[in-house]
Design a protein. Structure first.
Length: 118
């Protein structure tokens, strides 16, 4: 499956930005990851097609992941953005996520850069 992410850009601290990811076919589990400069890639949020969602502690209450299954799409609404949210954001498909074990799938989209700066 191919994944196409879009929506990155420059935003001031406290601002909002929305990311989109479209898959070339239906996928059950999709997730957003991010990689900040000099850091390892980290999980941001995950969602199944049934609507089970999970968030990293760093973004809980500020980011919202959603799906449009009919459109094979996933979204990430990012509110109250902070400087530390600056990163390249990647969409991922085919992973596994529960309370004790999290694993990305093999399918990655190209990243989209989010820069939070005043």
């Amino acid at each position: 499956v191919q994944l196409q992410a879009s929506g990155g850009g420059l935003v001031q601290p406290g601002g909002s930005l929305s990311l989109s990811c479209v898959a070339s076919r239906a996928v059950d589990v999709m997730a957003w990851y991010r990689q900040a400069p000099g850091k390892t890639r980290e999980l941001v949020a995950s969602s199944t097609s049934a609507g089970t969602r999970g968030y990293a502690d760093a973004v809980k209450g500020r980011f919202t992941i959603s799906r449009d299954v009919a459109k094979n799409s996933m979204y990430l609404q990012m509110d109250n953005l902070k400087l530390e949210d600056t990163a390249v954001y990647y969409c991922n498909a085919g992973g596994y996520y529960d309370t004790y074990y999290k694993r990305p799938g093999d399918m990655w989209g190209r990243g989209t850069l989010v820069t939070v700066s005043s």
